[in-house]
Design a protein around this ligand. Structure first.
Ligand code: NAP
Length: 282
């Protein structure tokens, strides 16, 4: 790795966020409101169970209540939607997170869209996604928001830069592309049908990897001096970027673990606290 490569420390960014959040949680509690995040896990996928547990633990450490709803893998779309509606109507719950992916037989889009917009702290509803695209979402999708938060923490410029995003999922690739566009980057979105991927990535001043394939982004693709943000999280704590090789050429890079992941969780907590604050204003 080049000695000049800046390691974008997600732990530092998330700690900074959490210090500010702890103050807000205390202020809310003094007013009789305990922020509460409800997480819904359908089925017994071990990775999803781990993610939900990590989110619950992070809530507890900050004094945020976490309510875990665990549903069996055979849950129908209708049953899941009914569970979400109950949480929508529960005034003690401020944020709802439906852990993705849900079992294949469930209509995930319908389930996401059942979440009330004021509790959609992960920006997964069609309305939340659209608001983010317009640039005025209260709660943009957490991982995209984490990527932007890391860039802002390190004062890395976005405006005028060519950002290449690899991946176009509705929770990651698309919303982060919109956020970069709204910050005046020129954005290219790549996906599984993109031809000459390496040539396109090589044009990026900013490269966002959101592919779901370990070490997929090659060092030789990276333009010297580019900023590389790795949203990937694969088995064995490996990102979507070939870290060592990309770090040789990048000016700044997020590691995996301790890059985008912890900031994503801190962003979820931030959104939950903000949702609780809004209930006092309404
Ligand atoms: P996803 O829904 O599976 O989407 C993957 C995207 O990558 C798709 O748009 C797909 O293209 C594209 N892709 C697949 N193969 C490709 C190829 N050969 N060339 C170019 N593009 C290709 O995944 P996701 O949910 O967005 O997650 C992406 C990664 O982020 C995963 O590693 C996941 O674990 C991680 N993640 C991390 C966090 C976090 O907190 N750090 C949160 C969420 C996700 P098509 O659209 O054409 O299929």
């Amino acid at each position: 790795m080049s000695t000049e490569t800046l390691i974008l420390d997600g732990k530092a960014v998330s700690d900074d966020l959490k210090v500010k959040l702890a103050v807000k949680v205390e202020q809310l509690k003094a007013k009789g409101v305990t922020p509460c995040l409800a997480t819904i896990l359908v089925g017994d996928d071990p990775a999803s169970a781990t993610y939900v547990r990590m989110k619950g633990n992070a809530c507890q450490r900050l004094g945020i209540e976490s309510r875990k709803i665990e549903l069996k893998a055979s849950t129908t779309t209708e049953e899941l939607i009914a569970a979400i509606r109950q949480l929508n109507e529960d005034s003690a719950v401020h944020g709802i997170l439906l852990q993705h992916p849900v079992p294949h037989h469930i209509d995930e889009r319908a389930a996401f869209d059942a979440i009330a917009i004021e509790k959609d702290v992960d920006g997964v509803t069609t309305l939340g996604f659209s608001q983010n695209a317009f640039g005025f979402a209260d709660y943009p999708s957490c991982t995209p928001a984490a990527i932007i938060a890391i860039m802002d923490y390190y004062k890395l410029p976005i405006e005028g830069k060519h950002a290449v995003v690899i991946g176009r999922s509705p929770i990651l690739g698309k919303p982060v592309s919109m956020m970069l566009l709204n910050r005046n980057a020129t954005v290219t979105i790549c996906h599984s049908k993109t031809n000459n991927l390496g040539d396109i990535v090589a044009q990026g001043d900013i490269v966002v990897a959101a592919v779901g394939k370990p070490k997929f982004i090659q060092g030789e693709w990276i333009k010297p001096g580019a900023v590389v943000l790795d949203a990937g999280y694969n088995k064995g704590n490996v990102g979507d970027v070939d870290y060592e090789a990309c770090a040789e050429r990048a000016s700044a890079i997020t590691p995996v673990p301790a890059g985008v992941g912890p900031v994503t969780i801190a962003t979820l907590l931030k959104h939950t606290v903000e949702a609780a604050e809004r209930t006092l204003k309404s």
